[in-house]
Design a protein around this ligand. Structure first.
Ligand code: NOJ
Ligand code: CA
Length: 549
Protein backbone atom coordinates (compact mmCIF):
# COMPACT_ATOMS: atom_id res chain seq x y z
CA UNK A 1 0.00 0.00 0.00
CA UNK A 2 1.32 3.43 -0.82
CA UNK A 3 1.07 6.53 1.36
CA UNK A 4 -1.44 7.85 -1.13
CA UNK A 5 -3.70 4.86 -0.65
CA UNK A 6 -3.61 5.17 3.09
CA UNK A 7 -4.26 8.92 2.87
CA UNK A 8 -7.30 8.39 0.67
CA UNK A 9 -8.72 5.71 2.88
CA UNK A 10 -8.08 7.73 6.03
CA UNK A 11 -6.49 4.71 7.77
CA UNK A 12 -6.77 4.45 11.54
CA UNK A 13 -3.02 4.24 12.13
CA UNK A 14 -1.73 7.23 10.22
CA UNK A 15 1.81 7.54 9.03
CA UNK A 16 4.04 9.50 11.39
CA UNK A 17 4.12 12.63 9.24
CA UNK A 18 0.34 12.91 9.20
CA UNK A 19 -0.05 14.84 12.40
CA UNK A 20 3.24 14.23 14.21
CA UNK A 21 5.13 17.22 15.59
CA UNK A 22 8.31 18.22 13.75
CA UNK A 23 11.00 20.17 15.60
CA UNK A 24 13.33 22.28 13.48
CA UNK A 25 16.93 22.44 14.64
CA UNK A 26 19.34 25.03 13.33
CA UNK A 27 22.44 22.87 13.82
CA UNK A 28 24.90 25.72 14.40
CA UNK A 29 22.83 26.87 17.35
CA UNK A 30 21.46 23.87 19.22
CA UNK A 31 24.33 22.33 21.18
CA UNK A 32 28.10 22.55 20.84
CA UNK A 33 30.03 19.44 21.92
CA UNK A 34 33.64 20.56 21.45
CA UNK A 35 33.86 24.14 22.68
CA UNK A 36 34.33 25.83 19.29
CA UNK A 37 31.15 27.86 19.80
CA UNK A 38 29.36 26.15 16.91
CA UNK A 39 26.62 23.60 17.46
CA UNK A 40 27.20 20.13 16.01
CA UNK A 41 25.68 16.67 15.51
CA UNK A 42 27.20 15.13 18.65
CA UNK A 43 25.73 18.05 20.54
CA UNK A 44 22.29 17.36 19.12
CA UNK A 45 22.64 13.68 20.00
CA UNK A 46 23.40 14.62 23.61
CA UNK A 47 20.12 16.57 23.81
CA UNK A 48 17.75 13.98 22.37
CA UNK A 49 16.30 13.11 25.77
CA UNK A 50 15.07 16.69 26.07
CA UNK A 51 13.22 16.25 22.77
CA UNK A 52 11.70 12.85 23.46
CA UNK A 53 12.72 10.28 26.05
CA UNK A 54 9.37 8.51 25.79
CA UNK A 55 8.02 10.20 28.91
CA UNK A 56 5.98 13.34 29.47
CA UNK A 57 9.00 14.93 31.15
CA UNK A 58 10.31 15.46 27.61
CA UNK A 59 8.84 17.56 24.81
CA UNK A 60 7.58 14.50 22.97
CA UNK A 61 8.24 15.59 19.38
CA UNK A 62 7.96 13.00 16.59
CA UNK A 63 10.59 14.20 14.14
CA UNK A 64 13.54 16.52 13.76
CA UNK A 65 14.34 18.59 10.68
CA UNK A 66 17.96 19.67 10.54
CA UNK A 67 18.70 22.84 8.58
CA UNK A 68 21.57 22.06 6.15
CA UNK A 69 24.44 19.99 7.53
CA UNK A 70 26.38 19.48 4.28
CA UNK A 71 29.87 20.72 3.38
CA UNK A 72 29.50 24.35 2.41
CA UNK A 73 31.48 27.59 2.25
CA UNK A 74 28.68 28.88 4.54
CA UNK A 75 27.96 31.97 2.49
CA UNK A 76 24.27 31.29 3.16
CA UNK A 77 24.94 29.11 6.21
CA UNK A 78 24.65 25.78 4.50
CA UNK A 79 22.09 26.67 1.82
CA UNK A 80 25.13 26.86 -0.46
CA UNK A 81 26.04 23.18 -0.66
CA UNK A 82 29.44 22.13 -2.01
CA UNK A 83 28.93 18.38 -1.45
CA UNK A 84 25.43 16.94 -1.17
CA UNK A 85 26.66 13.68 0.30
CA UNK A 86 28.82 14.77 3.19
CA UNK A 87 28.72 16.51 6.53
CA UNK A 88 30.35 19.88 7.16
CA UNK A 89 33.34 19.44 9.52
CA UNK A 90 31.87 22.11 11.82
CA UNK A 91 28.99 19.69 12.44
CA UNK A 92 30.90 16.38 12.45
CA UNK A 93 31.19 13.64 9.86
CA UNK A 94 29.18 10.85 8.27
CA UNK A 95 29.83 8.60 11.27
CA UNK A 96 28.32 11.23 13.55
CA UNK A 97 25.30 11.47 11.23
CA UNK A 98 24.89 7.69 11.28
CA UNK A 99 25.04 7.74 15.08
CA UNK A 100 22.45 10.50 15.19
CA UNK A 101 20.11 8.59 12.87
CA UNK A 102 20.42 5.47 15.02
CA UNK A 103 19.96 7.39 18.28
CA UNK A 104 16.86 9.13 16.92
CA UNK A 105 15.35 5.89 15.72
CA UNK A 106 15.94 4.23 19.09
CA UNK A 107 13.70 6.94 20.54
CA UNK A 108 11.17 6.69 17.70
CA UNK A 109 12.19 10.13 16.43
CA UNK A 110 12.36 10.56 12.62
CA UNK A 111 15.18 12.58 11.15
CA UNK A 112 14.76 14.90 8.15
CA UNK A 113 17.56 16.60 6.25
CA UNK A 114 17.33 19.84 4.31
CA UNK A 115 17.59 19.15 0.57
CA UNK A 116 18.67 22.16 -1.51
CA UNK A 117 17.90 21.31 -5.15
CA UNK A 118 17.54 24.77 -6.70
CA UNK A 119 21.15 25.83 -6.37
CA UNK A 120 24.55 24.58 -5.27
CA UNK A 121 27.51 26.51 -3.96
CA UNK A 122 29.75 28.12 -6.56
CA UNK A 123 32.45 25.96 -4.94
CA UNK A 124 30.65 22.71 -5.76
CA UNK A 125 32.87 20.70 -8.17
CA UNK A 126 29.95 20.69 -10.63
CA UNK A 127 29.95 24.46 -10.86
CA UNK A 128 33.72 24.72 -10.85
CA UNK A 129 33.70 22.48 -13.92
CA UNK A 130 30.72 24.21 -15.48
CA UNK A 131 32.43 27.55 -15.19
CA UNK A 132 35.74 26.28 -16.58
CA UNK A 133 34.74 26.58 -20.24
CA UNK A 134 31.82 26.91 -22.60
CA UNK A 135 32.26 23.38 -23.88
CA UNK A 136 32.72 21.67 -20.56
CA UNK A 137 30.32 18.70 -20.24
CA UNK A 138 28.87 20.26 -17.07
CA UNK A 139 28.27 23.64 -18.72
CA UNK A 140 24.58 22.88 -19.13
CA UNK A 141 24.19 21.80 -15.49
CA UNK A 142 23.67 25.49 -14.68
CA UNK A 143 21.94 28.35 -16.52
CA UNK A 144 24.52 30.11 -18.69
CA UNK A 145 23.29 32.78 -21.07
CA UNK A 146 24.69 35.38 -23.44
CA UNK A 147 24.08 39.05 -22.67
CA UNK A 148 20.80 40.56 -23.88
CA UNK A 149 20.94 41.82 -27.49
CA UNK A 150 21.68 45.38 -26.38
CA UNK A 151 24.10 44.19 -23.68
CA UNK A 152 23.50 43.60 -19.99
CA UNK A 153 21.85 40.63 -18.24
CA UNK A 154 19.65 38.22 -20.24
CA UNK A 155 16.45 39.25 -18.42
CA UNK A 156 15.18 41.40 -15.57
CA UNK A 157 14.96 38.76 -12.83
CA UNK A 158 16.08 39.89 -9.39
CA UNK A 159 17.69 37.80 -6.68
CA UNK A 160 15.72 37.00 -3.51
CA UNK A 161 18.42 38.79 -1.56
CA UNK A 162 18.39 41.93 -3.73
CA UNK A 163 20.21 42.97 -6.88
CA UNK A 164 20.04 41.27 -10.27
CA UNK A 165 19.88 37.47 -10.53
CA UNK A 166 22.59 37.23 -13.21
CA UNK A 167 26.33 37.24 -12.59
CA UNK A 168 28.78 38.04 -15.37
CA UNK A 169 31.63 35.57 -15.85
CA UNK A 170 34.40 37.41 -17.66
CA UNK A 171 36.48 34.30 -18.33
CA UNK A 172 33.81 32.61 -20.46
CA UNK A 173 31.89 35.72 -21.53
CA UNK A 174 28.46 34.64 -20.29
CA UNK A 175 26.13 35.26 -17.37
CA UNK A 176 24.96 32.60 -14.93
CA UNK A 177 21.68 32.66 -13.01
CA UNK A 178 21.57 32.87 -9.21
CA UNK A 179 18.14 33.32 -7.64
CA UNK A 180 19.83 33.88 -4.28
CA UNK A 181 23.47 34.91 -3.60
CA UNK A 182 25.90 35.00 -6.48
CA UNK A 183 27.68 32.18 -4.63
CA UNK A 184 24.50 30.06 -5.13
CA UNK A 185 24.21 29.36 -8.88
CA UNK A 186 20.89 27.80 -9.94
CA UNK A 187 21.09 24.19 -11.12
CA UNK A 188 19.44 23.37 -14.44
CA UNK A 189 16.73 20.81 -13.68
CA UNK A 190 15.93 20.56 -17.39
CA UNK A 191 19.15 18.61 -17.79
CA UNK A 192 18.42 14.89 -17.12
CA UNK A 193 21.93 14.37 -15.72
CA UNK A 194 21.25 16.95 -13.04
CA UNK A 195 17.96 15.28 -12.17
CA UNK A 196 19.62 11.85 -11.99
CA UNK A 197 22.44 13.16 -9.80
CA UNK A 198 20.01 14.82 -7.43
CA UNK A 199 17.77 11.77 -7.23
CA UNK A 200 20.80 9.62 -6.43
CA UNK A 201 21.68 12.04 -3.67
CA UNK A 202 18.27 11.47 -2.14
CA UNK A 203 18.75 7.71 -2.38
CA UNK A 204 22.17 8.04 -0.75
CA UNK A 205 20.56 9.53 2.38
CA UNK A 206 17.44 7.37 2.29
CA UNK A 207 19.61 4.26 2.31
CA UNK A 208 21.44 5.62 5.35
CA UNK A 209 18.09 5.76 7.13
CA UNK A 210 17.11 9.40 6.74
CA UNK A 211 13.31 9.59 6.98
CA UNK A 212 12.75 12.38 4.54
CA UNK A 213 13.55 15.91 3.52
CA UNK A 214 12.55 19.47 3.90
CA UNK A 215 12.98 20.76 0.35
CA UNK A 216 14.39 24.23 -0.05
CA UNK A 217 12.87 26.60 -2.64
CA UNK A 218 11.01 23.73 -4.31
CA UNK A 219 8.90 26.13 -6.33
CA UNK A 220 11.80 27.52 -8.33
CA UNK A 221 13.61 24.48 -9.69
CA UNK A 222 12.00 24.81 -13.12
CA UNK A 223 11.56 28.18 -14.77
CA UNK A 224 10.03 29.47 -17.95
CA UNK A 225 12.11 27.87 -20.73
CA UNK A 226 12.05 31.19 -22.59
CA UNK A 227 13.12 33.06 -19.46
CA UNK A 228 10.83 35.99 -20.13
CA UNK A 229 11.03 39.20 -18.10
CA UNK A 230 8.94 39.25 -14.93
CA UNK A 231 6.25 41.94 -14.91
CA UNK A 232 6.66 44.87 -12.52
CA UNK A 233 4.71 44.70 -9.28
CA UNK A 234 2.31 47.65 -9.26
CA UNK A 235 2.15 47.52 -5.44
CA UNK A 236 5.86 47.96 -4.97
CA UNK A 237 7.52 51.24 -4.22
CA UNK A 238 10.97 51.78 -2.75
CA UNK A 239 9.47 53.69 0.19
CA UNK A 240 6.83 51.07 1.03
CA UNK A 241 9.51 49.27 3.05
CA UNK A 242 9.31 46.28 0.72
CA UNK A 243 12.56 44.60 -0.31
CA UNK A 244 13.67 44.87 -3.93
CA UNK A 245 12.66 41.26 -4.58
CA UNK A 246 9.04 42.49 -4.50
CA UNK A 247 9.64 45.02 -7.26
CA UNK A 248 8.44 42.37 -9.72
CA UNK A 249 5.92 39.57 -9.75
CA UNK A 250 7.77 36.28 -9.86
CA UNK A 251 5.72 34.93 -12.72
CA UNK A 252 8.32 33.21 -14.87
CA UNK A 253 10.74 31.96 -12.23
CA UNK A 254 8.47 30.59 -9.50
CA UNK A 255 5.56 28.12 -9.41
CA UNK A 256 6.11 27.55 -13.14
CA UNK A 257 3.67 24.81 -14.29
CA UNK A 258 6.44 22.30 -15.02
CA UNK A 259 7.74 22.44 -11.43
CA UNK A 260 5.18 19.79 -10.58
CA UNK A 261 7.08 17.33 -12.80
CA UNK A 262 10.20 17.82 -10.69
CA UNK A 263 8.08 17.35 -7.56
CA UNK A 264 6.60 14.10 -8.88
CA UNK A 265 10.08 12.87 -9.81
CA UNK A 266 11.27 13.41 -6.24
CA UNK A 267 8.12 11.79 -4.89
CA UNK A 268 8.77 8.71 -7.00
CA UNK A 269 12.24 8.37 -5.48
CA UNK A 270 10.82 8.68 -1.95
CA UNK A 271 8.21 6.06 -2.78
CA UNK A 272 11.02 3.57 -3.47
CA UNK A 273 11.48 3.47 0.32
CA UNK A 274 8.79 2.82 2.95
CA UNK A 275 7.30 5.66 5.00
CA UNK A 276 9.59 8.42 3.77
CA UNK A 277 8.35 11.95 3.18
CA UNK A 278 9.07 15.39 1.80
CA UNK A 279 7.87 18.76 3.02
CA UNK A 280 8.35 21.54 0.53
CA UNK A 281 9.18 25.18 1.02
CA UNK A 282 6.66 26.65 -1.39
CA UNK A 283 4.96 30.00 -1.55
CA UNK A 284 1.61 30.94 -2.95
CA UNK A 285 -2.12 31.08 -2.28
CA UNK A 286 -3.87 28.01 -0.80
CA UNK A 287 -4.70 26.65 -4.28
CA UNK A 288 -0.99 26.63 -5.11
CA UNK A 289 -0.21 24.61 -1.99
CA UNK A 290 -2.91 22.12 -3.00
CA UNK A 291 -1.34 21.88 -6.45
CA UNK A 292 2.05 21.04 -4.90
CA UNK A 293 0.46 18.19 -2.96
CA UNK A 294 -0.57 16.72 -6.30
CA UNK A 295 -4.20 17.77 -6.13
CA UNK A 296 -6.73 15.01 -5.53
CA UNK A 297 -4.19 12.38 -6.60
CA UNK A 298 -1.92 13.37 -3.69
CA UNK A 299 1.11 12.28 -5.67
CA UNK A 300 3.15 15.43 -5.12
CA UNK A 301 4.78 16.66 -1.93
CA UNK A 302 3.62 14.86 1.19
CA UNK A 303 3.43 18.24 2.94
CA UNK A 304 3.67 21.84 1.77
CA UNK A 305 4.51 24.50 4.33
CA UNK A 306 1.67 26.91 4.91
CA UNK A 307 3.45 30.21 5.52
CA UNK A 308 0.32 32.33 5.59
CA UNK A 309 0.51 32.79 9.37
CA UNK A 310 4.23 33.52 9.66
CA UNK A 311 4.55 35.50 6.41
CA UNK A 312 6.76 34.44 3.54
CA UNK A 313 9.92 36.07 2.30
CA UNK A 314 9.33 39.65 3.44
CA UNK A 315 5.57 39.47 3.07
CA UNK A 316 3.81 40.39 6.28
CA UNK A 317 2.84 37.87 8.93
CA UNK A 318 -0.81 37.53 9.91
CA UNK A 319 -1.68 40.28 12.39
CA UNK A 320 -2.38 39.04 15.92
CA UNK A 321 -6.15 39.07 15.86
CA UNK A 322 -8.75 36.35 15.88
CA UNK A 323 -10.50 37.32 12.64
CA UNK A 324 -7.28 37.39 10.62
CA UNK A 325 -6.12 34.00 11.92
CA UNK A 326 -9.50 32.45 11.37
CA UNK A 327 -9.69 33.77 7.83
CA UNK A 328 -6.24 32.44 6.88
CA UNK A 329 -6.79 29.04 8.43
CA UNK A 330 -10.27 28.64 6.94
CA UNK A 331 -9.01 29.57 3.47
CA UNK A 332 -6.16 27.06 3.72
CA UNK A 333 -8.44 24.29 4.95
CA UNK A 334 -11.01 24.88 2.23
CA UNK A 335 -8.40 24.53 -0.51
CA UNK A 336 -6.80 21.29 0.77
CA UNK A 337 -7.39 18.20 -1.39
CA UNK A 338 -9.29 15.39 0.35
CA UNK A 339 -6.98 13.37 2.57
CA UNK A 340 -4.22 16.00 2.62
CA UNK A 341 -2.85 17.52 5.81
CA UNK A 342 -1.55 21.07 6.21
CA UNK A 343 1.80 22.05 7.72
CA UNK A 344 1.60 25.22 9.79
CA UNK A 345 4.61 27.24 10.79
CA UNK A 346 4.88 29.99 13.39
CA UNK A 347 8.67 30.19 13.55
CA UNK A 348 11.68 29.35 11.41
CA UNK A 349 15.24 30.42 10.63
CA UNK A 350 14.12 33.06 8.12
CA UNK A 351 11.61 35.02 10.20
CA UNK A 352 11.58 37.04 13.40
CA UNK A 353 10.93 35.06 16.58
CA UNK A 354 7.26 34.84 17.56
CA UNK A 355 7.58 36.83 20.80
CA UNK A 356 9.35 39.58 18.86
CA UNK A 357 6.54 39.68 16.32
CA UNK A 358 3.55 39.48 18.62
CA UNK A 359 4.79 40.13 22.16
CA UNK A 360 5.53 37.71 24.99
CA UNK A 361 1.88 37.37 26.04
CA UNK A 362 1.09 35.86 22.63
CA UNK A 363 3.48 32.91 23.07
CA UNK A 364 1.17 30.60 25.09
CA UNK A 365 -1.95 31.05 22.94
CA UNK A 366 0.18 30.79 19.77
CA UNK A 367 1.64 27.50 21.03
CA UNK A 368 -1.85 26.18 21.65
CA UNK A 369 -2.97 27.22 18.20
CA UNK A 370 -0.02 25.64 16.42
CA UNK A 371 -0.36 22.38 18.32
CA UNK A 372 -4.13 22.00 18.03
CA UNK A 373 -4.72 22.98 14.41
CA UNK A 374 -5.01 20.09 11.96
CA UNK A 375 -1.98 18.74 10.19
CA UNK A 376 1.68 18.51 10.99
CA UNK A 377 2.99 21.42 13.05
CA UNK A 378 6.58 22.60 12.80
CA UNK A 379 8.16 23.99 15.98
CA UNK A 380 11.32 26.06 15.63
CA UNK A 381 13.93 25.36 18.33
CA UNK A 382 13.75 27.81 21.22
CA UNK A 383 10.15 28.84 20.55
CA UNK A 384 9.13 26.43 23.31
CA UNK A 385 10.95 28.59 25.88
CA UNK A 386 9.98 31.89 24.28
CA UNK A 387 13.35 32.91 22.87
CA UNK A 388 13.20 36.39 21.32
CA UNK A 389 15.16 37.98 18.50
CA UNK A 390 18.59 38.85 19.86
CA UNK A 391 19.83 42.32 18.90
CA UNK A 392 22.81 41.97 16.55
CA UNK A 393 25.10 44.84 15.71
CA UNK A 394 27.00 45.23 12.45
CA UNK A 395 30.20 43.71 13.91
CA UNK A 396 28.38 40.56 15.07
CA UNK A 397 26.30 40.08 11.90
CA UNK A 398 26.94 36.82 10.06
CA UNK A 399 24.02 36.45 7.65
CA UNK A 400 25.00 37.92 4.28
CA UNK A 401 21.37 38.13 3.17
CA UNK A 402 20.21 41.65 3.78
CA UNK A 403 16.77 41.49 2.25
CA UNK A 404 15.83 42.48 5.79
CA UNK A 405 17.92 45.32 7.22
CA UNK A 406 19.48 43.19 9.96
CA UNK A 407 19.55 39.82 8.22
CA UNK A 408 18.34 36.66 9.92
CA UNK A 409 20.90 36.30 12.72
CA UNK A 410 18.51 37.53 15.48
CA UNK A 411 16.36 34.39 15.17
CA UNK A 412 19.33 32.02 14.82
CA UNK A 413 21.09 32.55 18.15
CA UNK A 414 22.19 29.64 20.38
CA UNK A 415 19.64 27.60 22.31
CA UNK A 416 19.56 28.68 25.91
CA UNK A 417 19.71 25.63 28.15
CA UNK A 418 20.53 27.29 31.46
CA UNK A 419 21.61 30.58 33.02
CA UNK A 420 25.36 29.83 32.99
CA UNK A 421 27.82 31.99 31.05
CA UNK A 422 27.59 29.91 27.86
CA UNK A 423 23.87 29.17 28.41
CA UNK A 424 24.77 25.46 28.49
CA UNK A 425 25.23 25.75 24.72
CA UNK A 426 29.01 25.96 24.57
CA UNK A 427 32.07 26.24 26.79
CA UNK A 428 33.58 28.59 24.22
CA UNK A 429 32.48 31.94 22.77
CA UNK A 430 29.28 31.27 20.80
CA UNK A 431 29.19 32.03 17.06
CA UNK A 432 26.30 34.44 17.64
CA UNK A 433 25.56 36.34 20.85
CA UNK A 434 23.22 34.86 23.45
CA UNK A 435 19.86 36.35 24.38
CA UNK A 436 18.29 37.26 27.71
CA UNK A 437 19.84 34.73 30.14
CA UNK A 438 16.62 34.39 32.13
CA UNK A 439 14.95 32.69 29.15
CA UNK A 440 16.25 29.13 29.42
CA UNK A 441 15.24 25.47 29.62
CA UNK A 442 16.44 24.87 33.18
CA UNK A 443 14.35 27.74 34.53
CA UNK A 444 11.23 26.35 32.86
CA UNK A 445 11.69 22.64 33.39
CA UNK A 446 9.77 22.27 36.62
CA UNK A 447 7.40 25.22 36.72
CA UNK A 448 3.88 24.10 35.81
CA UNK A 449 3.13 27.60 34.54
CA UNK A 450 6.11 27.80 32.18
CA UNK A 451 5.86 28.01 28.42
CA UNK A 452 7.97 24.86 28.14
CA UNK A 453 5.56 22.95 30.32
CA UNK A 454 2.66 24.17 28.18
CA UNK A 455 4.39 22.89 25.03
CA UNK A 456 4.92 19.53 26.69
CA UNK A 457 1.30 19.28 27.86
CA UNK A 458 0.00 20.22 24.44
CA UNK A 459 2.23 17.83 22.51
CA UNK A 460 1.41 14.87 24.74
CA UNK A 461 -2.29 15.73 24.74
CA UNK A 462 -2.21 15.86 20.97
CA UNK A 463 -0.56 12.44 20.85
CA UNK A 464 -3.29 10.91 23.01
CA UNK A 465 -6.21 12.63 21.29
CA UNK A 466 -7.50 11.26 18.00
CA UNK A 467 -9.52 14.45 17.49
CA UNK A 468 -6.52 16.74 17.86
CA UNK A 469 -4.12 14.59 15.93
CA UNK A 470 -6.20 13.66 12.95
CA UNK A 471 -9.72 14.99 13.38
CA UNK A 472 -11.72 17.22 11.06
CA UNK A 473 -11.71 21.00 11.41
CA UNK A 474 -14.54 23.53 11.53
CA UNK A 475 -14.20 27.06 12.84
CA UNK A 476 -17.02 28.56 14.89
CA UNK A 477 -18.76 31.57 13.44
CA UNK A 478 -20.52 32.68 16.63
CA UNK A 479 -17.72 33.86 18.89
CA UNK A 480 -16.78 37.14 20.56
CA UNK A 481 -14.67 39.18 18.09
CA UNK A 482 -11.43 38.52 19.99
CA UNK A 483 -11.86 34.72 20.10
CA UNK A 484 -10.84 32.25 17.41
CA UNK A 485 -12.52 28.92 18.15
CA UNK A 486 -12.71 25.70 16.22
CA UNK A 487 -13.89 22.14 16.67
CA UNK A 488 -11.84 19.08 15.81
CA UNK A 489 -13.69 15.83 15.52
CA UNK A 490 -12.67 12.19 15.14
CA UNK A 491 -14.79 9.06 15.30
CA UNK A 492 -15.44 9.08 19.05
CA UNK A 493 -14.08 12.41 20.20
CA UNK A 494 -14.69 16.13 19.87
CA UNK A 495 -12.29 18.85 20.84
CA UNK A 496 -13.07 22.52 21.11
CA UNK A 497 -10.17 24.94 20.94
CA UNK A 498 -10.81 28.54 21.92
CA UNK A 499 -8.11 31.19 21.79
CA UNK A 500 -8.57 34.67 23.22
CA UNK A 501 -6.34 37.01 21.21
CA UNK A 502 -7.05 40.05 23.38
CA UNK A 503 -5.68 41.39 26.66
CA UNK A 504 -9.12 41.37 28.29
CA UNK A 505 -11.37 38.47 29.36
CA UNK A 506 -13.89 36.94 26.97
CA UNK A 507 -16.64 34.36 27.26
CA UNK A 508 -17.70 31.81 24.67
CA UNK A 509 -21.15 30.23 24.68
CA UNK A 510 -20.86 26.46 24.38
CA UNK A 511 -23.07 24.20 22.29
CA UNK A 512 -24.93 21.54 24.27
CA UNK A 513 -22.56 18.72 23.33
CA UNK A 514 -19.55 20.63 24.66
CA UNK A 515 -21.11 22.29 27.67
CA UNK A 516 -20.16 19.34 29.89
CA UNK A 517 -16.69 18.67 28.54
CA UNK A 518 -13.77 19.30 30.90
CA UNK A 519 -10.81 21.56 30.14
CA UNK A 520 -8.08 19.22 28.88
CA UNK A 521 -5.53 22.00 28.63
CA UNK A 522 -5.40 25.71 29.30
CA UNK A 523 -2.58 28.16 28.78
CA UNK A 524 -3.32 29.07 32.40
CA UNK A 525 -1.77 26.32 34.50
CA UNK A 526 -4.12 24.67 36.97
CA UNK A 527 -7.38 24.92 35.00
CA UNK A 528 -7.02 21.43 33.64
CA UNK A 529 -9.94 19.23 34.73
CA UNK A 530 -12.18 22.22 35.45
CA UNK A 531 -15.70 22.15 33.97
CA UNK A 532 -17.02 25.29 32.32
CA UNK A 533 -20.01 26.64 34.27
CA UNK A 534 -23.35 27.95 33.03
CA UNK A 535 -22.90 26.73 29.48
CA UNK A 536 -20.05 29.07 28.72
CA UNK A 537 -16.28 29.04 28.71
CA UNK A 538 -14.66 31.99 30.47
CA UNK A 539 -11.29 32.91 29.02
CA UNK A 540 -8.78 35.19 30.74
CA UNK A 541 -6.66 37.69 28.76
CA UNK A 542 -4.65 35.84 26.08
CA UNK A 543 -5.93 32.52 27.38
CA UNK A 544 -6.42 29.51 25.18
CA UNK A 545 -8.39 26.39 26.23
CA UNK A 546 -8.98 22.93 24.85
CA UNK A 547 -12.15 21.12 25.88
CA UNK A 548 -12.24 17.43 25.13
CA UNK A 549 -15.27 15.13 25.18
C1 NOJ B 1 15.15 29.24 1.90
C2 NOJ B 1 15.87 29.02 3.18
O1 NOJ B 1 14.95 28.83 4.21
C3 NOJ B 1 16.75 30.24 3.40
O2 NOJ B 1 17.34 30.21 4.68
C4 NOJ B 1 17.78 30.26 2.31
O3 NOJ B 1 18.57 31.42 2.44
C5 NOJ B 1 17.13 30.24 0.93
N1 NOJ B 1 16.08 29.28 0.83
C6 NOJ B 1 18.13 29.94 -0.15
O4 NOJ B 1 18.50 28.60 -0.11
CA1 CA C 1 31.16 22.41 17.80
Amino acid sequence: MTDTDSARRGDAAPLWWRGGVVYQIYPRSFQDSNGDGIGDLRGILSRLDYLNDGSERSLGIDAIWLSPTFPSPMKDFGYDVSDYRGVHPDFGDLAAMDDLIAACHRRDIRLLLDFVPNHSSDQHPWFVESRSGRHNPKRDWYYWRDPAPGGGPPNNWVSAFGGGAWQWDAATGQYYLHSFLKEQPDLNWRNPEVVAAMHDTLRFWLRRGIDGFRIDVMGMVLKDPRMRDNPPNPEWGPDAGMPERFSQIWLYNRNWPEVIDAVRGIRAVLDEFPERMAVGEVFGPPETLAWYLGGEALDGLHLAFDFHLIGGYGTGHTPWNAAAFRERVDAGQAALPAGAVPAYVLGNHDQSRLVSRYGREAAPPAAMLLLTLPGTPFVYYGEEIGMADVPIDEAQARDPARHRAIGRDPERTPMQWDASAGAGFSSGPPWLPLGDPSVNVAAQTNGAGSLLSLYRRLIWLRKRSAALRGGSYASLAETPAEVFAFVREAARQRALVAINFAGKPAALRLSADLANAPIACSTVAGRQGEYPAGGQLELGPHEGCVLLT
